[in-house]
Write a new protein. Structure first.
Length: 274
């Protein structure tokens, strides 16, 4: 089984407050070198605690350091200052307990769906046979079990991205990082993917951090929405989304949902960016 208990019906604020901290970001900064020697500051003094099982969405203007933040959490980019810890241990490089999903599915075209899902297991030299049942369970949960022997070119864009999410979850990571995973999909497919992701997160109780440019998506998915400023990226607000789960698309028509999106939009438009 993916989880030992049923999805919580608590709202984002209450759920996050009742769970232990999984990841801690403290005074994080990132400066990139530049030709003039002054450097470009991408992130400045970013601090955030993330609870077990929490769904965090991050929204901000282009170039504000959202992806830089995610890459530091993934261990593929070194921080310039501050601390980032997962389960109390510093993130100083790639870790097996961190799963990452990018905007493109990045599937290997010569491997079947199941073999693409099991690729991390091979990379980490684990037993494919031991993880095959979990892979099939995740494919079943995402509606892809019947496509396990198909190849990427036989799948739609949305199905390919589902495979990439399953691949990131197959070795049971502590946290799932998602960098605008649905940005390349059409509007209807994107809406369905939002619903599928919420269902998957509820079943697995995974901690998720998702980067998005969509204000409505950030509110629909998140227990909390982290709003960032233009570069250098700072956190200007962390908004608790007090909407009960499970959430359907009908929640987007409620006054409460509109109030949250207005609050996020006010931050973004006050800076002259979107």
């Amino acid at each position: 089984m993916l989880a030992s208990h049923e999805p919580s019906a608590m709202t984002g604020n209450a759920a996050g407050a009742s769970r232990p901290t999984l990841a801690a970001i403290s005074h994080l900064g990132k400066r990139y070198p530049s030709r003039d020697g002054n450097g470009v500051v991408a992130l400045e003094d970013v601090s955030l605690d993330i609870a077990e099982g929490e769904f965090i969405t991050v929204v901000g203007p282009s170039g504000c350091g959202k992806s830089t933040l995610l890459h530091i959490l993934a261990g593929v980019l070194q921080r310039s200052s501050g601390d980032v810890k997962l389960r109390g241990q510093p993130i100083d490089g790639p870790r097996r307990d961190v799963g990452t999903v990018f905007q493109e599915a990045l599937l290997l075209p010569w491997r079947t769906v199941l073999d693409n899902v099991l690729l991390p297991i091979e990379v980490h030299r684990l037993s494919k046979e031991s993880f095959r049942p979990r892979a099939m369970e995740l494919l079943e949960l995402t509606g892809l079990a019947a496509f396990a022997r198909k190849y990427p070119h036989e799948l739609s864009g949305g199905m390919q991205q589902r495979v990439s999410i399953v691949r990131a979850l197959v070795n049971d990571p502590a946290i799932l990082l998602m960098d605008e995973p649905f940005g390349a999909l059409d509007a209807m497919t994107r809406e369905q993917m939002n619903l599928d992701l919420m269902k998957l997160q509820a079943a697995s109780r995974k901690t998720v951090i998702l980067i998005t440019h969509s204000i409505s998506e950030s509110v629909l998915l998140g227990d909390r929405v982290v709003v960032m400023s233009p570069r250098p990226g700072r956190i200007v607000d962390v908004i608790d989304i007090d909407l009960p789960r499970p959430r359907g698309l009908d929640v987007t028509a409620t006054p409460e949902f509109g109030g949250y999106t207005r609050r996020v939009r006010e931050h973004l438009f006050s800076t002259g960016h979107q």
